[in-house]
Design a protein around this ligand. Structure first.
Ligand code: AKB
Length: 394
């Protein structure tokens, strides 16, 4: 009986030969030497975590957190080696693509992952510029990973926990008036995204729910264990360490980093454009907390997580408190503005609060005072015009 016909058709004979050759290559010493810090990795008696997009801004924060805890063995996967490896003690990095199915098989065979934090993605502006690539990375690459995590779950005594960062981009509000009227948006409202990234992320939320519930429903033998997919919907993120690439909420972090470097910034949305934002340590906490929440306390698989809601001008005013010479002008990009205007002004995270005790530590003012400004000062110091860390897939 053909158990997996889709895979047969898509591979073909040449495809299978190529796959086997690639898999062998991955197992060879030549490939192993391309990994970094290999000597640090385990010895496989502790829980093991796979982090895709490990070189991106969220990956960077998550690795720092998990490394400091020292309870896990961590495997990072990204297209590029991380530019900044500060605080990334116990990590084995693999340079590679989530579209490379033989690489994923190799990693799952070798590590028996307990957790997958799938952070690799093409953000909203980049996705809009190249929807085909967005579909590949955000959807097809994610499907590859979900498939492996599902398959390995069946061999285990506990499900692989699959953590997925979703986004406010899954929402689509019809106009600024509707956005103002809507206020804090709940998980099941306004799910008509206008941008490719939002469409991709919303689809993957559904795909994750499917893999965790009805996958294989027509098979005669019922599957013993199902994957445990969980997602947080993030607002725009503000990091002191990294600048995101290719997002549409990027004007927030870009404004701060430009001020810290002493260079003027042209903001592509209106002064009064409003979005919810969150400081990076809270974003990392949200992922960690949800990954550890007992399954019985969860009433859903996808949760909003919020922190504060601010306009572009409010961000600029706050920056002026620390960098009085900071210069911002508004040069609107109508297309990127349209995306921001379709995203909610704020999100209702009461279900996350109720089910797994979510509460952001940083409000707007203390995010700048206690985390963002000290962080960027540390990075740039007096070397004001140096570029900050480059980031890979975020
Ligand atoms: C983006 O701007 O694409 C992301 C997001 C809001 O998910 N930061």
């Amino acid at each position: 009986m053909i158990k997996d016909p889709g895979r047969r058709y898509s591979f073909g004979f040449a495809g299978v030969a190529k796959y086997v050759a690639r898999y062998r290559e991955l197992r060879s010493e030549a490939c192993m030497s391309r990994t970094l810090k290999r000597e640090n990795i385990k010895i496989m008696n502790r829980p093991t975590v796979l982090i895709t997009g490990s070189g991106g801004e969220l990956g960077h924060g998550l690795i720092q957190y998990l490394s400091a805890e020292g309870k896990y063995d961590i495997v990072g996967l990204d297209l590029n080696e991380p530019a900044n490896q500060d605080g990334m003690g116990r990590v084995e990095f693999h340079k590679g693509d989530i579209m490379d199915r033989s690489l994923l098989d190799y990693l799952f065979d070798r590590f028996n992952f307990d957790y997958v934090f799938h952070l690799a993605a093409l953000l909203s502006t980049s996705s809009e510029k190249n929807p085909a690539r967005a579909q590949d990375i955000n959807v097809n690459g994610t499907f590859n990973l979900l498939e492996r995590a599902r398959k390995y779950t069946e061999k285990r005594t506990s499900p692989v926990v699959f953590m997925f960062p979703s986004t406010i981009a899954v929402y689509g509000l019809g106009s600024v008036a509707e956005k103002t009227r809507a206020g804090k948006v709940k998980e099941d409202q306004y799910l008509s995204p206008i941008c490719m990234y939002g469409v991709n992320k919303h689809y993957v939320e559904e795909l994750g729910r499917y893999f965790s519930t009805t996958y294989g429903m027509l098979e005669s033998e019922q599957r013993r264990l199902k994957l445990d997919f969980r997602a947080v919907r993030y607002p725009g993120l503000l990091s002191a360490d990294t600048i995101p690439t290719g997002g549409t909420s990027d004007y927030g972090p870009e404004m701060l980093h430009a001020a810290a470097r002493g260079i003027p910034y042209s903001c592509f949305v209106k002064a009064e454009s409003r979005l919810p934002f969150m400081a990076m340590p809270d974003a990392v906490d949200a992922l960690i907390q949800l990954s550890r929440a007992p399954a019985k306390s969860l009433s859903r698989r996808v949760y909003n997580v919020g922190a504060f809601s601010v306009t572009a001008e409010e961000i600029y005013r706050e920056i002026l408190n620390y960098y009085p010479d900071a210069q911002v002008d508004y040069r609107i990009d109508p297309k990127r503005l349209e995306i921001v205007e379709s995203w909610p002004a704020d999100i209702d995270d009461s279900l996350a609060r109720r089910d797994w005790g979510w509460a952001a530590k940083y409000e707007f003012r203390n995010a700048f005072r206690d985390y963002l400004v000290p962080g960027v000062r540390k990075h740039y110091g007096t070397r004001k015009t140096e570029p900050c860390y480059a980031v890979g897939q975020a």
